[in-house]
Ligand binder design. Structure first.
Ligand SMILES: Cc1ncc(COP(=O)(O)O)c(C=O)c1O
Length: 371
């Protein structure tokens, strides 16, 4: 079967590109003296997790217990959940601890106390990392509001083993420039190492400082003191990462193969990849990237600018043509989506390709596991 025979829209992953992205990230982590523990939220596939582990990753991260259950079932032995898992899920978490090394984050004392009670009752010990807010203002303790008292309180809870400090600089996605990105990375390391040192001075040894966000990967070597990188998106990249300077279009491994289904006017073509495939996510980043994805011609070259994917309905993508296009109904194009993580969440299977050659199908086994 050749690519032109595939029913569309079809999400494909160029395996050579994904493997190259994995290798490069592994080299970045080695240069930073840190372990790489990729966030599996991007690929949601045990096959891809094994590529990462075979390349040297220390384990993986998942956001949800449902995802972790899939990966543990597939034999992934070390799973971190950098998400504020609620103790109402205690039975599932305890069952998971029988199948893999599990760690979670804590950023709220009552929640941590509830986990402590669960673990004491079960006669178990749960590895935890204190989540620190380094500027994203989502989860995490405030580093300016006596964070040491929180670390000491967690360290004193039976049933929990304090493994480290963890942050996610998600505000990097809103950074207006390369300079700002670097500043965010340095500030993140400053906050974590500062708290680690204060904890050490009070007698609490902190082993791990875990950071992770793909736009900051290239500054990891400058983040002195970090021990773990949890980047996720880097395996596939996407148009947002191109807009943030993290990748070039030809690093983007996940693409949507789409068909031109209509050409109602010379300046308008319709593709069959609507919001059910591409989602409505806009690209973020400091290079302007209007529209819902980059359209590549058959040679894989970006033709952004002349073709703007400007409107999505559920099954239609309306493309504005500046000038003229030789694309007629029946023609195939690749679309690099704005956000690869949400695209892979919509499909049960991805087709692995190498350029225009089909390799095999890959199950996205943890997709939709939002609980
Ligand atoms: C807590 C946490 N860690 C790591 C990551 C990975 O970030 P990225 O996908 O930018 O590599 C995410 C992504 O959402 C996250 O929420």
């Amino acid at each position: 079967m050749q690519l032109p025979d595939l029913p569309t829209p079809q999400v494909v992953v160029d395996r050579s590109r994904a493997l190259r992205n994995i290798q490069r990230a592994q080299e970045v982590a080695a240069a930073a003296g840190a372990r790489l523990r990729p966030h599996a939220k991007t690929h949601k596939s045990p096959v891809a997790a094994r590529w990462q582990i075979e390349a040297g990753a220390a384990g993986i991260c998942c956001a949800q217990l449902g995802e972790a259950e899939v990966f543990a079932g597939a034999g992934i032995a070390d799973i971190r959940l950098p998400y504020p898992i609620n103790p109402s899920n205690a039975a599932r978490l305890l069952a998971l601890m029988d199948r893999a090394a599990i760690s979670i984050i804590v950023d709220h004392l009552e929640v941590a106390r509830a986990w402590s009670a669960v673990m004491r009752r079960a006669g178990r010990r749960l590895d935890v990392l204190v989540k620190v807010d380094v500027g994203f203002h989502r989860c995490g303790i405030d580093p300016d509001a006596d964070p040491l008292a929180f670390v000491q309180a967690i360290d004193g809870l039976d049933g929990l083993r304090l493994r480290g400090l963890l942050s996610h600089a998600g505000h990097a996605y809103q950074a207006p420039s390369e300079r700002d990105l670097r500043a965010i990375a340095l500030e993140e390391a400053r906050i974590l190492t500062g708290l680690r040192d204060r904890a050490a001075a009070s007698g609490i040894g902190i082993e791990e400082l875990s950071v992770g966000a793909t736009p900051l990967l290239r500054f990891a070597a400058a983040q002195r003191g970090i021990t773990e990188i949890r980047a996720g998106n880097y395996i596939y990249f996407d148009r947002t990462q191109v807009a943030l300077g993290s990748a070039a279009l030809d690093d983007c491994a996940l693409m949507v193969l789409a068909t031109v289904v209509s050409k109602p006017a010379p300046d308008r073509i319709i593709l069959d990849c609507g919001s059910k495939t591409l989602t409505g996510d806009q690209a973020r980043g400091f290079s302007p990237m209007p529209g819902y994805g980059a359209i590549l011609d058959e040679g894989g070259t970006g033709v952004d600018g002349t073709l703007v994917l400007e409107r999505l309905s559920e099954e239609h993508a309306t493309v504005r043509v500046a000038g003229s296009t030789r694309l007629e109904p029946g023609a195939r194009v690749f679309v690099v989506p704005n956000h690869s993580c949400v695209v892979s969440n919509l499909v049960d299977e991805i087709v692995l390709v190498d350029g225009n050659r089909i390799l095999e199908r890959m199950e996205v086994a943890a997709r939709g596991r939002i609980q």
